[in-house]
Design a protein around this ligand. Structure first.
Ligand code: ADP
Ligand code: ZN
Ligand code: ZN
Length: 803
């Protein structure tokens, strides 16, 4: 009996294992590891992933699989194994790990469609009837005509048809005609010899294909060779060329693909940094590199040339960049070098667009993916390198289940494929740098900027003395002077305001009342566009009150976002300055980032004012001044990484100035000018900061000296969750040795979210096995409460948020 092991699409502890199903005869050949199937589960029909096929089962009277959803596996064997690893590593449900690897479109409502790739004559008769002359038709037609699933799978495997999901609302199905060779290289040469002397155009076309034997758009071919359709048609009649239809993907970056860039000749420093990477590629050996290079030192060129090396060997590359909608310039650099070989995956794309990009990878139509965190799951099967740019970015850690860190997944895949993993940053995390100093990673350094430009000089301004001098403006004397100077010289300015620490909350000026969310312990945030208050934790909304709910005064105001206030101040103080503001308000619409940055790049504004989102990756020739309005707003967060983050941010933003011929300058305004993260960032002393911060981490026992895991409990009943938190701590203490340190239980810094009360425990540990054991026993202990949906428990390894 043919049996499939299936992971059921229900995220619950009781269901988090493999279930055996019998494969009915009509589905044999279609049910393969990595496809999704519909199976009976209790009274319901549910979706599930097939993980493996076996002969027979230890269970009797198995239920049968009802139908298959995919005719091409959506998860490769490697990704199936990886989902198992993630399940064990992060203590998540296997199904959550699997879902995380696939584009969200798979979860949406979609129509299944059949696409004919071959000419109709090549199809069996019943298919012609089902197709009714259409090139794309609903999958149900096949079922109506009782075409067996196994036949569908076979036709997909032979490339005659494809089955595609059309994501709802995005029904812009379009196909283009391509011309490609119908013969091999040898036959092509013979065909060219056979051409008569009059057939000049045909010769031109075939010679073109002998140089570039890839499929090409019919229209491009006509344009490029300045020919007409008829010689092409003649070659098709002779069966030397053939016409193929390919779907046109939605590609928001297509416009950038015209001119290709050539590899730059590397500087000496770049050369010695890239050599070990090339060696690792050539020797097919897994190795983790930490590429520590100051801003503007040419890290990206190293990525590009390493990828080229990998592509030359016919292998594939994954490049992770932090939320890349923020750095369209970065995407463009990859597109310009590798053209259509690049797929782009990031959160600003629509579901349909993401699905299209993912399919290019699945169908091996590209060999490079540039994307945000989840692109680390790109279903390549022949990986040659994984690159993580700005490796210190916290967005590489996923905050939902599975709570994975992309760096760890990259290392896993690097081991499987025996290929290098490159972590790049001007400000590596302490964890990574510590590993590099112990030779766990190989350290590669770029100490200078390309062309030996100096790093911009950083001036620290003590805002307390400004106040003493009677300057009540947001801008210090020095910054004011320098802004004016750049405006006079027609140079550009970048101003950074840290979003955190400023928020657009509503407060009564009479009594100080703030408007709090009814369900969470937090102030609601004012949204200008809808003139509404929203809670960022539970999405509750309410209208803006006209009078204070406490004292009924009408002096209730919102305190505008930091950036809005700065913008107003700029307008008053520098009347003529043209300002572009970039923050959540001005960039929430799709494409807004690109548009604003484009305007700034073309010199349509003098000042770019923004939050963290402008700190990274931007490269504008004319920027000679960077100002940081309030450097310390992030120093006071309840987070042991506060100093590290603030050092990183200052370094990153300083890197935006003077990247080209014009020298740059940076002014950092702060109320804590003596803090080591401010001082050392202004001296570009990463090594000094590393030593200093490592000392602090050692004293208090934080990473990288200890690993950390945060366990959070939440419940509607405050008294009960308090009790359970004590049970949690006791249960943990039973199973932990002296080597681990248990902190808590304590109420979470945000005690209540969505009407649930929250408590937490933290474990600092050295050995993961020990903690895993303790946590599993806790999961067992609270199983009943969790299954009844009363208690929610989250486990977060290597946590980044402690709220
Ligand atoms: P990073 O990623 O380290 O901040 P970039 O890769 O953006 O640095 O490089 C900074 C600038 O230097 C870019 O404009 C890039 O085109 C240029 N550059 C990099 N390598 C070279 C090289 N070998 N020769 C000339 N210019 C280079
Ligand atoms: Zn709320
Ligand atoms: Zn009031």
């Amino acid at each position: 009996m043919a049996v499939a092991k299936v992971v059921i699409d229900v995220a619950a502890a009781a269901i988090d294992s493999l279930f055996d199903y019998e494969i009915p005869e009509n589905l044999e050949g279609s049910v393969q590891p990595g496809v999704r199937v519909i199976v009976p589960f209790g009274p319901r029909k549910v979706m599930g992933f097939v993980t493996e096929l076996t002969n027979g089962s230890q269970f009797e009277s198995l239920k049968e699989i009802i139908s298959v959803m995919d005719h091409t596996p959506v998860l490769t064997n490697e990704l199936l194994d990886l989902s198992k690893w993630l399940q064990e590593e992060t203590l998540c449900y296997r199904i959550s790990a699997m879902q995380a690897m696939l584009p969200a479109a798979f979860k949406a409502k979609y129509k299944k469609e059949v696409w004919l790739l071959a000419d109709e004559d090549e199809l069996p008769d019943v298919w012609k009837i089902a197709a009714e002359g259409r090139e794309v038709f609903p999958f149900e037609e096949l079922e109506k005509h009782q075409i067996p699933a196994s036949q569908v799978t076979r036709m997909v495997q032979e490339g005659l048809i494809d089955v595609k999901y059309s994501v709802k609302g995005k029904n812009r199905i379009k196909k283009d005609t391509y011309i490609e060779l119908a013969v091999g290289e040898h036959e092509l040469l013979l065909a060219i010899e056979d051409l008569g002397s009059q057939a000049k155009k045909q010769r031109l076309i075939l010679e073109f294909f002998s140089k570039k034997p890839q499929p090409i758009l019919l229209n491009d071919l006509i344009k490029k060779l300045q020919t007409t359709k008829s010689p092409i048609d003649q070659l098709i009649d002779k069966r030397i060329l053939k016409r193929v239809k390919k779907e046109v993907y939605r590609d928001p970056y297509q416009k950038n693909t015209t001119e290709r860039t050539k590899p730059l000749s590397l500087t000496e420093q770049q050369q010695s940094a890239i050599e070990p990477i090339h060696t690792s590629i050539d020797e097919k050996r897994h190795e983790v590199f930490l590429l520590h290079g100051v801003t503007g030192s040419g890290k990206t060129e190293i990525y590009l040339q390493s990828i080229q090396r990998v592509m030359d060997e016919g292998k594939e590359a994954i490049v992770l960049v932090p939320e890349i909608s923020l750095t369209p310039q970065m995407v463009t650099r990859f597109k310009e070098r590798f053209g259509g070989e690049v797929a782009v995956l990031h959160s600003a794309l629509s579901q349909g667009e993401k699905y299209d990009e993912w399919r290019k990878i699945q169908r091996k139509e590209v060999s490079v993916v540039v994307g945000a965190r989840s692109a680390v799951f790109a279903p390549f099967e022949n990986l040659g390198i994984i690159i993580i740019d700005e490796e210190h970015e916290t967005s590489y850690k996923q905050e939902d289940y599975p709570k994975y860190h992309a760096r760890e997944v990259a290392k896993y895949r690097g081991r499987v494929h025996q290929c290098p993993v490159v972590l790049g940053s001007a400000t590596p995390t302490l964890e990574s740098y510590a590993r590099a100093s112990k030779d766990v990673y190989t350290l590669l350094e770029l100490k200078d900027r390309v062309n030996d430009q100096d790093l911009p000089r950083i001036e620290i301004v003590d805002m307390r003395t400004e106040l003493e001098k009677g300057n009540r403006s947001m801008f210090s004397e020095s910054l004011t002077e320098k802004i004016q100077d750049r405006l006079d010289k027609n140079e550009q300015i970048v101003l950074l305001l840290n979003r955190r620490g400023y928020s657009s909350f509503v407060m009564c000026r009479e009594c100080g009342e703030t408007i709090q969310c009814e369900h969470c312990d937090i102030s609601m945030t004012y949204h200008q566009r809808q003139h509404k208050l929203k809670c960022h934790y539970c999405n509750a909304e309410r209208g803006m009150p006209k009078t204070c709910p406490n004292c009924e005064s009408d002096a209730i105001r919102f305190f505008g976002t930091g950036t809005q206030k700065v913008e107003e101040a700029l307008k008053t103080q520098f009347e003529k300055a043209r300002v572009i503001r970039m923050d959540v308000d001005t960039t929430s619409r799709k494409g807004a980032h690109e548009k604003l940055l484009g305007q700034f790049g073309r010199g349509e504004a003098d000042i770019l004012l923004g939050t963290q989102m402008i700190a990274k990756g931007l490269d504008f020739k004319n920027v000679t001044l960077v100002g940081v309005i309030a450097a310390d707003s992030m120093l006071h967060l309840p987070d042991f990484r506060a100093s590290e983050r603030s050092f990183q941010l200052l370094t990153q933003v300083s890197g935006r100035a003077g990247r080209h011929e014009l020298p740059g300058e940076v002014v950092v305004q702060t109320y804590t000018p003596d803090h080591y993260s401010v001082v050392l960032a202004s001296e570009y002393d990463f090594e000094g900061f590393f030593q200093r911060e490592m000392n602090f981490r050692k004293q208090v026992g934080y990473p990288p000296y200890y690993f950390m895991v945060l366990i959070n409990l939440s419940h509607e009943n405050h008294v009960q969750v308090n009790q359970m938190a004590n049970e949690l701590a006791n249960e943990l203490a039973k199973n932990l040795s002296q080597e681990s340190i248990l902190l808590g239980p304590t109420p979470s810094p945000m005690l209540r979210i969505k009407d649930r009360y929250r408590y937490q425990c933290m474990i600092k540990y050295k050995r993961k096995e020990e903690v895993d054991y303790a946590l599993r026993s806790v999961l067992e202990h609270f199983k009943k409460e969790v299954n009844q949906n009363k208690l929610q428990m989250t486990i977060d390894f290597d946590p980044y948020y402690f709220m």
